[in-house]
Design a protein around this ligand. Structure first.
Ligand SMILES: Cc1cc2nc3c(=O)[nH]c(=O)nc-3n(C[C@H](O)[C@H](O)[C@H](O)COP(=O)(O)OP(=O)(O)OC[C@H]3O[C@@H](n4cnc5c(N)ncnc54)[C@H](O)[C@@H]3O)c2cc1C
Length: 323
């Protein structure tokens, strides 16, 4: 007799797992609290950059047809990675070949979601908010949802993101630790005037601009292949992220600031930077939407007594689109 797996959460992890289990012939049902249609949390417009290890794992989970469609819809990979000072002096450059360019898969979030949902019509149940689980008979587990419905399976997987209710019940001692690092992100559309003043490397490479002041800006230009089915209509653009400690915001709570206030603050913080970098930053008059600043968080799980650590790459993995 096979296993019946219940997955809570139809985000990247839950959908990928469902695809992999189905491919392996394991019975799986996903319960997602959000709607089937275009979920606003998936429309942040940011890309997901899947590195070669992630790409290999994802490929293993998907059918060849879905993987093929996913790769066909990916963005142009970056032409290398560079680190610049705030005066635009290059400190480091990693060539695309070294970054194993061919196996990096940068993709639009909404498109990735559509791909991961492919073939899962009968598997994913939307509008189902998990509340708690309890032990059922014969070693099974019962998941309870809002409005009184429930589901029974052999295994319950919590793929319900950073604020996971499954995790809260299973590991009550685990808690989220604020690392104090804040990222303010927006997308800057690239028009012909921008192409005149922006150097080619800023238009094609993943770039970290590191300043002595302790602030950092990360940029990545996004080029969409012609027949992109994404619902996102911004076209070619630059993802622009200002990373700093919370102290950079003074007494203000960055989560409560509106886009205009964040822009003003960032422009003050980079007022002595190279003119091109200042010009590239979102201006007061620009029509870009500023996403609410994101607080990177680390989650202590089964080691509540160990010291909190901050590891940027790890934080990005932990960051949930719900934030
Ligand atoms: C701007 C941004 C850029 C990022 N870029 C990258 C990147 O380039 N590469 C990368 O690897 N990662 C990136 N990340 C991180 C990545 O998005 C997360 O690591 C990833 O989404 C985590 O996947 P997940 O399935 O664990 O959780 P999520 O994607 O958060 O999915 C959780 C799902 O569970 C659902 N859910 C929550 N609670 C319940 C409940 N009670 N009942 C039912 N359903 C529930 C939610 O609605 C959601 O759909 C980025 C994050 C952000 C915000």
């Amino acid at each position: 007799m096979g296993l019946d797996v219940i997955v809570i959460g139809g985000g990247i992890g839950g959908l990928c797992l469902a695809q992999g289990l189905r491919k392996a012939g394991v019975s799986v049902v996903v319960y997602e609290k959000g709607p089937r249609g275009v979920d606003p949390r998936w429309l942040q417009g940011y890309q997901i950059h899947i590195d070669p290890n992630g790409a290999k794992a994802l490929q293993d989970c998907l059918t060849p047809a879905i993987w093929g469609a996913l790769v066909a819809n990916a963005y142009e990979p970056s032409a290398g990675f560079q680190v610049l000072t705030e005066q635009m002096k290059q400190i480091a450059f990693v060539e695309p070949e070294i970054m194993n360019r061919s196996s990096h898969v940068p993709i639009d979030r909404a498109t990735l979601r559509e791909m991961l949902l492919e073939g899962l019509d009968e598997v994913v149940h939307f509008g189902k908010e998990f509340v708690c689980y309890e032990q059922a008979r014969e070693g099974k587990v019962k998941a309870l949802f809002e409005h009184g419905s429930s589901a029974i399976g052999d295994v319950l997987v919590g793929a319900d993101g950073t604020g996971s209710k499954v995790c809260k019940q299973y590991l009550p001692q685990a808690h989220i630790v604020d690392t104090g690092v804040v990222g303010a992100a927006c997308r800057l559309p690239i028009n012909s005037r921008d192409r005149e003043y922006l150097p080619e490397h800023l238009l094609t490479r993943l770039t970290s601009i590191v300043a002595h002041s302790g602030y950092m800006i990360v940029t990545q230009s996004i080029h969409k292949p012609g027949s992109h089915p994404s619902t996102d209509t911004i076209g070619d653009h630059i993802i622009w992220v200002f990373l700093s400690s919370r102290q950079a915001y003074g007494d203000a709570d960055p989560r409560l600031m509106d886009g205009g206030s964040v822009k003003r603050l960032v422009l003050q913080r980079i007022e002595h930077w190279h003119p091109v970098l200042r010009r590239m930053a979102p201006t007061q008059g620009s029509a870009t939407r500023f996403r609410h600043p994101l607080a990177n968080r680390d989650k202590k799980r089964d080691q509540p007594d160990t010291e909190n650590r901050f590891d940027f790459a790890h934080e990005i993995e932990e960051l949930s689109p719900e934030y």
